[in-house]
Design a protein around this ligand. Sequence first.
Ligand SMILES: CC(C)(COP(=O)(O)OP(=O)(O)OC[C@H]1O[C@@H](n2cnc3c(N)ncnc32)[C@H](O)[C@@H]1OP(=O)(O)O)[C@@H](O)C(=O)NCCC(=O)NCCS
Length: 270
Amino acid sequence: MGSNAGNVDVELRSYAEGDENRIIEFLNLCYGNWGDLEKWSQLYTDQPLFSKSDVTIAEANGQIIGYGGMHGRYLALNGKNLLVQLLGDGAVNPAYRGMRLHSKLLKERFKRAGDKNASLCLGWVLRNSDAYKSDMRVGFVEAKQFPTYIRILNYGSVLRAAIADLLAKNKRLNNSLLSIGYPIYFKTNTTEFPLPNTDENEKEPPQERIVIHLNESAIKEIYNFRSINTMQRMILFANLLLFRKMKVSFPSFKAFLNFLKNSGAIAKSF
Ligand SMILES: CC(C)(COP(=O)(O)OP(=O)(O)OC[C@H]1O[C@@H](n2cnc3c(N)ncnc32)[C@H](O)[C@@H]1OP(=O)(O)O)[C@@H](O)C(=O)NCCC(=O)NCCS
């Protein structure tokens, strides 16, 4: 099936045997550390209700540029089994983002789910994430959910993992932070670590670095950072700075200017 995302001719097709390695490579590119073939097989082909149409691949010029996975499950309701298609991995190559390709992949997945006589599509995404915006556009409604309760035991390790995940998925933010031209480190009361992809992970922190200090009360306020919208994120950061729960120190005036120069791009990619 041919379609057009932005100005790119995109072919949507089902998974075919032999695609596996390219799929894994693609998912690792989009998610960062997504996993390996064993994980993919367990999630998809090894499942009893799997069919090839559960994996939609978007291709342009022979390259995989988008992926949409589903997982069939039966939901037993009052003695009746409803076929439900759960949305699985959904990803678009960073070079093709912002063209609504994910929405096309979602619509294609609805069509395929309907062809299998599924009654429901269910998905879990963070509110206000990029995926959430696409989901809302194609007609998902937010179901009432049980609240989730979190008690963070190790702030440093949670913060580090969350930042690595955020930057792996948001290449725009990653690139705008890198273009400041100075290594950026996060510091909590107990640990200091660099932004991922700066090649500084194993080294001693360099003298010339920007340090973002977050005290423990700040970390308690940013735990839901991923599920609030851009405006709320800006207000949150302004408050943290105002109440001195977050401090940013620059090694030089030049570093501060570089940061200011890139602040527009950083804010836009939040
Ligand atoms: C989530 C994802 C699939 C969205 O794909 P997409 O085809 O770019 O989706 P859209 O074109 O509808 O854009 C969605 C939002 O992404 C953001 N976006 C737009 N252009 C972007 C770009 N060039 N780079 C990054 N994000 C961009 C915008 O916030 C946009 O929403 P808006 O236009 O309403 O402001 C893609 O960002 C991705 O692969 N992310 C990594 C994997 C992931 O997180 N998957 C979702 C969890 S299952």
